[in-house]
Design a protein around this ligand. Structure first.
Ligand SMILES: Cc1cc2nc3c(=O)[nH]c(=O)nc-3n(C[C@H](O)[C@H](O)[C@H](O)COP(=O)(O)OP(=O)(O)OC[C@H]3O[C@@H](n4cnc5c(N)ncnc54)[C@H](O)[C@@H]3O)c2cc1C
Length: 472
């Protein structure tokens, strides 16, 4: 690799090139409006807090802000809320702790939606001591709808894509004052005192001009002990998830004919492998979650590259799908290719794998977390796997040089290796809950994300049970 390329990739990985990489929709809408080219057909709406993305990070963010008294809009581009568990069929929960609003969600799932019809006794408050579970994707959506119905302060918008941010220049820092959505193909401005980017892809922050990181940095960039020797700008591979269920009576899952695909049986957390077949038949509930096929995508920010990756995955999936059909199973592909990694928004602090491996709880910890490094496509040495509980600092939720915006879920400011731990659902949800309370506090005290009293934020989160797993 020549040195220019290396430098470029390094800039890319550390986000220094981010502003020029960010889509320029901001100027598109704002300038277009100034020239009279674009008109927002629908009247502007005003909220205290706008949460963009109704996934594991965004839903708790909206609920937490609403419970603090904020008037909240939760904006989702899909036709229903849920995020990756619903649109990518990532319905399997790893890591923890499973506390706060996330715990309420899985309690509801466990009580009303367990696939085998038999709720389990423990789903684990702490990272690794809990069983892993999965539920049907629409069970997540139903549970989320149920939870949102209890919150009169939340307005939910589905099928509403955020295409821009409303940004005002404000001294050294831009101030985000809401977002622009498309509604029925027309623009609508959504004004908000605070905006939370929970898109899983960092689009809101990018469109507001925030710096972001994308792809692998070199471990020396952030003085990490684990990581790539050289930055290569690559993200983790994508996996197209699918669910199969028995249609023909007495059909047996043809796992012995599968080519490289992990499969898990109903809610019992049993991985289905070839040697397990007799045991599997004994327990078999006839519904399986499959990590279908895994492919690299050249750029997970780019819809054309995503479509190419999807096509590659589909070609690779054909064999197993055919085996399933022939054996008497129906196969349901997730609506979207499962994208593990996209932008990470550069914040006041970049959480690193060192922090996680050492189990650091910084003074401004606002979310607890417990999961090792799970970087698909990279072997992590055993001694560096990082399985200690750790704390997520509030600074990692605050984008550099920007006000009015906090991040939630997997896009927070972290190194790529740290992201591989942060990205699991319970951790994304705990971060989301913290972001929601923080945004509501900023509104309540007429201040901004940097002006809130972090001790007060922590006290509310503690009271909500967010720290109950690892604090005596
Ligand atoms: C293949 C795969 C396997 C995984 N396996 C596991 C696992 O076993 N266990 C586990 O716990 N986690 C797993 N994960 C990780 C986990 O599912 C995600 O990291 C997690 O869902 C991230 O939550 P989030 O809220 O940050 O983002 P998301 O779940 O991506 O939610 C973001 C939401 O924002 C919406 N959105 C995006 N852009 C816009 C826009 N411009 N306007 C409006 N809405 C927008 C999206 O439609 C989406 O609903 C896996 C992920 C993948 C892809």
């Amino acid at each position: 690799m020549n040195s220019d390329r290396r430098k470029f990739l390094k800039r890319l990985a550390t986000g220094a090139a981010a502003v020029s990489l960010a889509p320029s929709l901001l100027s598109g809408y704002t300038e277009g409006k100034a020239k009279g080219k674009y008109n927002a057909t629908y009247p502007r709406l005003e909220f205290d807090v706008a949460v963009v993305g109704a996934g594991p990070g965004g839903v708790p963010a909206a609920i937490a802000a609403a419970r603090q008294g904020a008037k909240v809009v939760l904006i989702e581009e899909d036709s229903m809320p849920g995020g990756a568990p619903v649109d990518m069929f990532v319905t399997f929960i790893c890591g923890g702790p499973r506390v706060g609003i996330f715990r309420e969600m899985i309690q509801h799932l466990n009580q009303y939606h367990t696939i085998g019809g038999k709720p389990v006794e423990s789903f684990g408050e702490q990272g690794y001591d809990g069983k892993n579970h999965w539920w049907m994707p629409e069970s997540y959506a139903q549970t989320i709808y149920h939870m949102l119905e209890q919150e009169p302060n939340i307005t939910l918008m589905c099928g509403a894509m955020v295409v821009d941010t409303l940004v005002k220049e404000n001294g050294n820092r831009n101030k985000v004052e809401g977002v622009v959505i498309t509604r029925n193909g027309e623009y609508q401005e959504i004004g908000a005192k605070m905006t939370i980017d929970a898109t899983g892809n960092g689009f809101v922050a990018a469109s507001a001009g925030c710096e972001y990181m994308y792809g692998s940095e070199a471990k020396s960039d952030l003085n990490e002990h684990v990581g790539m020797d050289e930055a290569d700008g690559k993200v983790q591979p994508c996996t197209w998830m699918m669910i199969s269920n028995r249609i023909k009576r007495n059909a047996i899952l043809p796992v012995d004919k599968f080519i490289g695909s992990s499969t898990v049986e109903d809610n019992l957390d049993h991985w289905v492998t070839v040697p397990d077949i007799p045991d599997m038949i004994r327990r078999d509930a006839g519904i399986y979650l499959h990590w279908g096929k895994t492919v690299y995508c050249d750029d997970t920010r780019d819809p054309q590259k995503l479509a190419e990756a999807q096509r590659k995955a589909l070609v690779k999936l054909r064999h197993n799908m055919q085996m399933l059909h022939e054996a008497g199973y129906g196969v349901y592909l997730a609506p979207k290719l499962g994208v593990r990694e996209c932008r990470r928004v550069k914040g006041e602090y970049i959480l690193t794998s060192n922090d996680i491996a050492q189990g650091v709880f910084p003074d401004d910890t606002v979310a607890h977390a417990h999961y090792g490094f799970d970087v698909w496509g990279m072997k992590i040495p055993e001694e560096l796997k990082g399985t200690q509980p750790y704390g997520i600092p509030y600074r990692s939720l605050i984008p550099l040089n920007t006000e009015g915006l906090v991040t939630a879920g997997r896009i927070i400011s972290s190194s790529r290796i740290a992201h591989s731990s942060v990205r699991v659902q319970p951790i994304c949800a705990n971060i989301g809950e913290a972001a929601g309370v923080a945004a509501a506090l900023a509104v309540k005290h007429n201040t901004n994300s940097r002006g809130i009293d972090v001790k007060k934020l922590q006290a509310i989160l503690r009271n909500n049970g967010l720290f109950s797993a690892f604090e005596q």
